[in-house]
Design a protein around this ligand. Sequence first.
Ligand code: ASP
Length: 331
Amino acid sequence: MSRRNFLKNSSVAAAGLISAPLIASCKTETETNTAASEKTNPIRPIAICTWNFENATAKAWEVLKVGGSSLDAVQQGAMIEEADVNNQTVGVGGRPDRDGNVTLDACIMDKDGNCGAVLAIQNIASPVSVARKVMEDTPHVMLAGKGAEKFAYEKGFEKVDLLTEKSKQEWIEWKKTSEYKPIINIENHDTIGILAIDKDGDISGACTTSGMGYKYAGRVGDSPIIGAGLFVDNEIGAATATGVGEEVVRTVGSFLIVELMRQGKSPQEACEEGVKRIMAKNEGRNDFQIGFIAINKKGETGGYCIQPGFTYRTYSEDGHVNNPTESFIKA
Ligand code: ASP
């Protein structure tokens, strides 16, 4: 899978860091001060997402660059991947549960702490859009299963067959050798988590997934759980997760990362700490994957993963960047 390719360009980044002080020393005091204040100015607008979902951040950027809200940006960015039949980890074309049904999880959270989620929803192409309706049009935060699907139809969403031929054939193959037994691995799941800051400095996030491939029917992971798969605090920053949802739920991962940033850690440091806490509870295991990305109010970003190969995407004035991340690999 291309998004698992770890782009080894950290040497380029390191070279940039080494040369920076040399350049600054040649400048006048005013120039140096200006450069310093520019550095501390918040980076905004900006969108970031898990993995290499460049179409998602590009869409979010389209919304942000014309002054759109971070909420619209994350929703529309997530919708791009939900609609992509070639992405088998989210939306239409997502891998089914072990009974052959595609069930989707998603949530969204805005600058005011409003949030909405749908759990194990079927036959709906854009669960993140239903989650936004839950947030805006109901007194609730979460709707699950048949109730969520019924609510979506009431809101005008169409019934769609989410199981593509490709995902169906792979499921049939899986059944031949699996003994119908869901397993934890790093290959048959992923999630798009997307975070954005708009021109006003307001932060929103969204998270959407088809969850673990061939999971038990009714299984729900971290992705639609506020605090686990996604958390936004407009004063501090936001975080979102991908990987084995059970572990992220156990540690309330995204909330933890935002709280670590509140205590002064950078997004990078906070993501590293979140991953290390999970590893500390899973001594000796290397069969699973957890990745976090985070952004703080200044627009600084970070990402970290248990397994190598994790990247995240940013899109800001500086352009579209694929950010390979460090990984926690236990010796
Ligand atoms: N976090 C998702 C879940 O557990 C899957 C993933 O991101 O890989 O449902």
